[in-house]
Ligand binder design. Structure first.
Ligand SMILES: C[S@@+](CC[C@H](N)C(=O)[O-])C[C@H]1O[C@@H](n2cnc3c(N)ncnc32)[C@H](O)[C@@H]1O
Length: 265
């Protein structure tokens, strides 16, 4: 990577307080290059100069670096597996604690809450869902629980995973509002999976599509946080395109390799 690229990264790290060192270079390069094109800058050096004088570009760059693509019931085949795990866990007496780690704008934890409410065998009062993310703006959207479809996200299509989803989501002219009943089960908090402490005692952690962006060195603290937060025998689900690198997988047994489901030793 060029000196100018490195200068941009250290500017983002020190002046904008975004820990670029946690992410892999290819990912950072794609995000920065996209801002270079958008601003019609002539390469890294010119874009670096722009960052010195244009505070609006600071916000735009930070926004483009936060990887917040998500959806309701993303990869439905995985959600069939999550449903089976939740059902099994809920059949044991006692409180069931679920963590949606890196929850983005809330569609993932609300999917879990809908799954719980839609299952006759589960008493929703016995389930707690914690949802966390590093991004405050994402958490603000999540707490509001109001979503609109876009060219790339057909919300109606995503929600079809639940037969009668309109029991849980109010739909009006392309706006989807999560009902209070579904919201009540979920609490939102800011949490950085790399630098913040583990949160012990979870039966199930769903942590999908964030490991893939983290560089090799920071995957270790992240996976340690996850393993220390799971009770022994608890379950971890990561993203479909993600893997736990060899050497970092010692706390986990593979349950269902295709669906990236693990249990804690
Ligand atoms: C691609 S989204 C995944 C959302 C959801 N889990 C899913 O699979 O649809 C990645 C999320 O990870 C969050 N994130 C990135 N680094 C993080 C960190 N160190 N700790 C917690 N969340 C982080 C981002 O803010 C973003 O909301």
């Amino acid at each position: 990577m060029t000196d100018a690229f490195e200068r941009i990264l250290s500017f983002v790290e020190t002046e904008l307080s975004f820990a670029t060192s946690h992410y892999n270079d290819d990912y950072l390069d794609r995000r920065i290059s996209s801002r270079i094109r958008r601003t019609e800058s002539d390469g890294y050096a010119e874009y670096y100069e722009r960052l010195q004088t244009d505070p609006a570009e600071h916000r735009a760059l930070l926004e483009s670096m936060s990887i917040n693509v998500t959806g309701f019931f993303r990869n439905p085949e995985v959600w069939a597996g999550i449903r089976a795990i939740v059902r099994e866990l809920a059949s044991d007496a006692g409180q069931l604690r679920i963590w949606s780690a890196a929850c983005a704008d809330g569609r993932e934890p609300y999917s879990i809450s809908m799954l719980v409410h839609d299952d006759q065998a589960i008493d929703p009062a016995s389930v707690e869902i914690l949802a966390t993310d590093i991004s405050e703006p994402a958490l603000e959207t999540a707490r509001r629980g109001v979503y609109t479809g876009s060219r790339t996200a057909d919300i109606d299509d995503q929600l079809q995973f639940i037969d009668e989803y309109t029991d849980y989501v109010d739909v009006q002219e392309g706006t989807y509002t999560i009902t209070d009943q579904i919201k009540r089960l979920v609490s939102f908090e800011r949490h950085d999976l790399i630098t913040d402490d583990p949160i012990p005692g979870f039966d199930l952690i769903v942590c999908r599509n964030v490991l893939i962006y983290i560089d090799a060195e920071h995957k270790r603290p992240m996976l340690e946080t996850l393993s220390k937060s799971l009770r022994s025998g608890g379950y971890l689900v990561i993203g479909k395109a993600e893997t736990i690198p060899p050497g970092l997988d010692t706390s986990f047994c593979t349950l269902e390799p295709r669906l990236r489901m693990y249990s804690r030793r």
